[in-house]
Design a protein around this ligand. Structure first.
Ligand SMILES: *Cc1c(COP(=O)(O)O)cnc(C)c1O
Length: 431
């Protein structure tokens, strides 16, 4: 499989290079030259395959010959080493719980797959590869955990001091081993600026092997297809599901659309957004307006300029009508998000996080117009990551899962640092 740049100004590359580079030199996103098609018998007999066989079959065409079969098998087994239950909230809505991984959010899947691919691709390097990531919260934890104890990889995470939630901070700072957390006296933008400057610094390039763990990386994007297949394995109805995806940068939804294009039965997709609704507005008006982002309760979706939307358009051959036929968009504000958490808890005893609640509210609105259709939401984070919102909505403290309890017993270890580049550079060069 070859990947071309959506800016069309860089040569095509294989999966190895696309993963190592992240972004094409012309700053375009990589996109596969062909869409593979699964055999009908694979889809029809999905239940007879193991989770790991499904994951292998989904990834193999995209990886091509850049990773040998036995290595790819090991990588997918490690990637999906936790449950992906499709839980029926009621007769018409189920929840695909993607939060049973180590950092309680769906980003674990993409981060684990990408980290293991990078480790394989850099196995013969004599210098370790150093991954630099700036995080506003969720990504850092998933990346830290994904790369924990991976041979030949050092991870340095920059996070804004005092601006991440307690669970998030513990996830970033308690890994130890090959993971280092730099606590920057500044904002997320300051952290990102430091990372960008380091990537352009010739002194650093001469001594270190730097790589990024960017969310547009093909290894992260494409491996998110796996759980759509695992959901289908558990889908009990004849009609294909309507799938509601809480979306920010649209990587998750774009992976679902890729799965659909390769043969997975899907009735319709719902782009469930908070008030950062560039895509739902486009679906309503055919006018694509990038906006500055607004803070909401579902803060992992506070994105005004979703980077993966261009990939969705490419999957739809840049055709607005095909997109509209396949996808509807909904805008859900914080008030409705809280009311949804409350209602679902009271009626069904099921606790949603704010992101899952946005997806649930959107699917409910779709079902008001399309009676009796069945579907599922992607529940992208455990409610424990957003205890304040959940408490506001339900009056309940979120009970902390056992793996999180362990987190609270650990000692935070971070290196405090000023936001000036000189200190950061000195730190990098002295390690
Ligand atoms: C990142 C994130 C999202 C948004 O996913 P995209 O792929 O960027 O659309 C939704 N929910 C949670 C909990 C997230 O961390």
């Amino acid at each position: 499989m070859r990947y071309y740049s959506l800016n069309n100004q860089s040569p095509s590359v294989d999966f190895r290079e696309a993963t190592l580079k992240g972004q094409a030199p012309d700053k375009g996103l990589y996109f596969p030259e062909q869409i593979p098609r699964h055999e009908n018998t694979f889809i029809e007999q999905l239940r007879s395959f193991s989770k790991e066989e499904i994951a292998f079959r989904v990834m193999e065409p995209f990886v091509g010959n850049t990773i040998p079969k036995n290595e790819l098998q090991r990588i997918v087994v490690e990637t999906i080493a936790f449950p992906f239950p499709l839980y029926a909230i009621h007769e018409h809505i189920a929840s695909l719980e993607l939060y049973h991984g180590p950092t309680f959010a769906f980003k674990d899947v993409g981060a684990r797959f990408m980290s293991r691919c990078l480790a394989y691709f850099s196995r013969n390097e004599t210098k370790p590869t150093t991954i630099l990531v700036a995080t506003s919260g969720d990504t850092g934890g998933a990346v830290a955990n994904g790369f924990l104890d991976v041979d030949g990889i050092e991870v340095i995470i920059l996070y804004p001091s005092g601006k991440v939630s307690p669970v998030q901070e513990l996830q970033l700072t308690t890994c130890g081993s090959n993971i280092t957390a730099l606590e920057i006296d500044g904002s997320f933008d300051d952290c990102q600026a430091l990372v960008k400057e380091a990537f352009m610094d010739v002194d650093i390039a001469a001594t270190m092997n730097l790589s990024s763990a960017n969310s547009i990386n093909v290894a992260r994007w494409l491996s998110q297809q796996i759980y759509y297949f695992l959901a289908h394995q558990q889908w009990e109805h004849d009609e294909p599901p309507v799938i509601s995806v809480p979306s920010g940068n649209f990587g998750n939804l774009c992976a679902g659309m890729m799965a659909y294009k390769t043969g997975l039965p899907v009735q319709h997709f719902i782009a469930a957004c908070n008030v950062n609704d560039t895509v739902p507005a486009y679906l309503r008006t055919k006018d694509y307006q990038v906006k500055p982002s607004v803070s909401t309760l579902s803060n992992a979706m506070d994105v005004g300029n979703p980077s993966n939307f261009i990939r969705i358009m490419e999957l739809m051959n840049q055709d607005y009508d095909s997109l509209q036929a396949m996808m509807s968009g909904y805008t859900i504000n914080d008030e409705t998000t809280l009311a949804t958490i409350q209602k679902v808890y009271q009626q069904y005893g099921y606790l949603l996080d704010p992101h899952g609640a946005v997806a649930y509210a959107a699917l409910t609105q779709y079902q008001q117009k399309n009676k009796s259709v069945r579907g599922y939401i992607l529940e992208t984070a455990h409610p424990v990551k957003f205890p304040e919102a959940v408490k506001r909505a339900t009056g309940q403290e979120v009970s902390i899962p056992p793996t999180a309890i362990e987190l609270f017993t650990k000692q935070k270890r971070s290196i405090p640092m000023q936001k000036d580049y000189a200190s950061f550079k000195e730190y990098l060069l002295s390690n």
